[in-house]
Ligand binder design. Structure first.
Ligand SMILES: [Fe+2]
Length: 340
């Protein structure tokens, strides 16, 4: 008999570690996410092998990133599988988006597609699985949804976990929004939830998923509190720093909305420029002290993927920039999120 959840590592560079591994999951007859396009031959073979037994009947997408959506068109066209996306993700995958060169190298090109249907608040995955419920968890990226199977206490976490102390962040991530999303999961998930991570597979299913997410939330919270404290000590007022950095983050997001790529806000002048330079110095010093030296990825991505983005992200107030503007999506007015 097939296990309820099947895990398949399809990543091309999986020997290089977590960030370049990718796992496809199947629960009953439903597949979670599609895998990156540069391993489409591998994914195609996997789905052909499914046909020999019992073919899956649908695919649910957690968010628009290319490692999660790269084979959506293939699965629709060659395997006649319906692909369901939330309304937020649908908006993005139909038009496509900018990918930095390193994303093209690691995951391959994203190709726009039309989702077969809308993934609503509850998806009926058949009698063996029961409902699958997407939980909006912005922060990593605004359209991110983790997918929960309440009858089996299983969470497909997408990119919400990866590691307790993941610290290399993309420029477009919003860690304070992520803290709120992690809190939402911690409050929602029952004890004993098993967590499946898109980049770690089933490596952590023996541990309590809610506790893993709590640990990650607490790591980020602790870091945020230290950043607030240190910035206040060095620069006088955290609120003033946060106001300026948040305003500029939003301007960068709005300035390039159509291509979905962040570009720096217009150069500052005078006192504002001097203040920004002082903030930048503090951010870099804190990053090195609290998170250690940058890795290889920071160097080759020109810091698009770097520890320093996590520290800088802690300065961005979710009430000003929650990460929605950079995707051209509507603001998220959840009071719980604004509290964090
Ligand atoms: Fe992602």
């Amino acid at each position: 008999m097939r296990p309820l959840v099947q895990c398949h590592n399809v990543g091309r560079f999986r020997r290089f570690g977590t960030t370049t591994s990718y796992w496809l999951f199947r629960i009953g007859d439903t597949v979670i996410d599609c895998g990156p396009s540069n391993v489409s031959a591998r994914v195609d073979r996997l789905f052909r092998s499914f046909h020999a037994d019992q073919a899956p009947t649908s695919v649910l997408v957690t968010h628009h990133h290319e490692d999660h959506t790269g084979n959506a068109g293939l699965l629709q066209a060659r395997h006649q599988l319906p692909v369901y996306c939330t309304p937020m993700t649908s908006q993005i995958v139909q038009t496509g988006y900018f990918q930095e060169w390193y994303r093209l190298a690691i995951w391959g090109r994203f190709r726009a597609f039309s989702p077969t249907g809308v993934l609503g608040p509850s998806f009926d995955a058949g009698p063996d699985v029961g409902p699958l419920e997407p939980i909006h968890t912005p922060g990593h990226i605004f359209d991110h949804h983790a997918i929960f199977a309440p009858e089996h206490k299983i969470l497909f976490a997408g990119d919400m976990f990866i590691a307790r102390r993941r610290k290399a962040y993309r420029l477009d991530e919003r860690p304070r929004v992520e803290i709120a999303s992690l809190g939402r999961l911690v409050d929602t998930l029952p004890a004993g939830t098993r967590l499946y991570c898109a980049h770690r597979g089933d490596a952590m299913v023996e541990q309590d998923g809610a506790q893993l997410l709590r640990d990650r939330r607490d790591f980020l919270r602790g870091l945020r509190d230290t950043v607030v404290q240190e910035v206040t000590r060095e620069l006088g007022s955290f609120d003033e720093v946060s106001e300026l950095v948040s305003r500029r983050a939003l301007a960068a997001a709005q300035g390039f909305r159509t291509r979905q790529r962040l570009v720096p806000a217009p150069p500052a002048t005078g006192e504002e420029a001097a203040f920004l330079a002082a903030i930048e110095q503090t951010v870099r010093r804190l990053s090195e002290r609290l998170l250690g030296r940058e890795g290889f990825l920071a160097l080759i991505t020109a810091e698009d993927h770097a520890n320093v983005n996590l520290i800088r992200g802690m300065l961005i107030d979710p009430r000003v920039d929650d990460g929605s503007a950079q995707l051209g999506l509507e603001r998220f007015a959840d009071p719980a999120l604004l509290h964090e």
